[in-house]
Design a protein around this ligand. Sequence first.
Ligand code: ASP
Ligand code: MG
Length: 413
Amino acid sequence: MVQKYGGSSVADPDRIRRVAQRVVATHRTGKPVVVVVSAMGDTTDHLIELAHQISARPPKREMDMLLSTGEQVSIALLAMAIQELGEEAISLTGAQVGIRTDSTHMKARIQEVRTERILRELEQGRIVIVAGFQGIDELNDITTLGRGGSDTTAVALAAALQAERCEIYTDVDGVYTADPRVVPEAARLEWVAYGEMLELASLGAVVLQPRAVEYAAQYGVVLRVRSSFSDGPGTEVREVSPMENARVVVGVTYDRNVAKVVVVDVPDRPGVAHQLFDALAREEINVDMIVQTTKAQQVTDVLFTVTRDDLPRALEITDEVARKLGATAVHHDASVAKVSIVGAGMMSHPGVAARMFGALGEAGINIHVISTSEIKVSCLIDEVHVEEAVRRVHRAFHLDQLGSAAAPKASQA
Ligand code: ASP
Ligand code: MG
């Protein structure tokens, strides 16, 4: 059994003790337990702040050296807490386990997980505590897996150890149809398909790292997202057959970390879009939504969105390309937000997008940009309306009724 505990679950000594009790209880049922932990509370944020007090652009290798210390603290303390309860436990860093990654510092991808050391310790009857979020590359340099990366560590270990279960403990008791702080009537989903979870996580639901969901889908690791503060069943993330999945929409998410850039009067000829977006890609700026509108006189406007963190650099690059292309202006707006609906069932149900637009239109909320995939629809709107938009859309799809009552029955298909 692999259990992962997030930063809020190990934020102080009392919480660490509580986690220790939960881990020990599982261990005493006779199951070998591997535990993955995040850094305590806001440790990682504080370490990042600290680095920025020293350097405006801290070298990524040194950032990884710094950030990986957070998890080293929490694994040691949890191992001590477990030993206080009379069980044997040992803490291991990513390097000690043999979590091998590529060398993309701060965004490394796991390539291989060695299991010998963990298996040896489990055979001795020990509870193994592994530092989340970190690994080592081929130079034995420490790497980290991107924010929220402990989830991916847990999934990778569960896959490598062929664990029976992978439980992700956090401060919410599962995956909800919307952020319960915004929509009080949001319902906990009993289960959600990998593809849906991946979209939800990528579009703003912070409960799981998207990479962890991708990894789980790839290796068929069934995840259970649960609260470390209560005993609820949580939400299962797994493969769902189309027959089983009668739900058109399973959730509404929002993301405020969005900014839009508009390049005005770009010449309308082949190769122009490539010039702009290639320049952005070379600087590793992820572009999300893109719209191009053709105007008169062989010119077009190109609109795209990036994260707000990337906006300053995106503008530098865009200004330069725009000048070369002879565009007349570059505008930007960071007071926008993205609201999205997700559901594998929308593929086979017409009218889903229209219903979302209707809910926004009735509320007088203007849509700037729309983008769709088979299982999601996203709308860019003004940030001031984001909470209202989420509530309206949630209501339009009756998502409050999707809770436990919506558990799949064969006859529903
Ligand atoms: N401590 C890291 C972070 O805050 C990794 C994690 O929590 O999963 O992003
Ligand atoms: Mg964290």
